[in-house]
Design a protein around this ligand. Sequence first.
Ligand code: IYR
Length: 220
Amino acid sequence: MTVYPFIPHSRPILSDEQLIKNAEQFYQAMDTRRTIRHFSDRPVPKKVIEDIIKTASTAPSGAHKQPWTFAVISSPEMKKKIRIAAEKEEQENYHGRMSEEWLRDLAPLGTDEHKPFLEEAPYLIVVFKKAYEIHPEGKRKNYYVNESIGLAAGFLIAAIHQAGLCSLTHTPSPMNFLEQILERPKNERAVLLLPVGYPAKDAMVPDIHRKSLEEVSVWY
Ligand code: IYR
């Protein structure tokens, strides 16, 4: 067993005013984030995608195992393959697999089985969770994999927004076609597919509202 060396860590003590300002500014910035479904094909520098992935990978994870792989797709051929496979699954979802209640809940959002954004956005990022690690001596366990992936995905979406871009948290289901198309090793499961880019010029979003602080918090 190796023990990490421990190093000091501190944050500067800020004035209450500065703390309040920082928190409020970040909230205001994040509150302008919207999920979009219509992307521009305007190119985005690869460096931006590299840095948002590095940001996602700063998320905390069970036993610091960092049980994630981010697959980045910009090749038009690969994007097309992914769109076709996703639409095949979604066709079955919208026309049989999803319950009446589910379809009713989605109706106000106007989604359907057509996923042109999978070819339009300059980048697709697929988030894979690593159920375990493959080492030469065999399998090594990862912990709290779902929680860790959720945290990394949250960081990723925040980083995309902060950079000035948009994403769509897309979950075509089942997602195993992504493992096949991208030829991922057997310890990786696709959990999220995010088109990333600028919104299309005529992009529209539903006029939905976020729950208030009172609705989402309890204080003791
Ligand atoms: N995966 C489908 C259906 C879908 C489900 C939920 I829950 C959403 O919030 C949105 C869509 C699709 O991508 O269309």
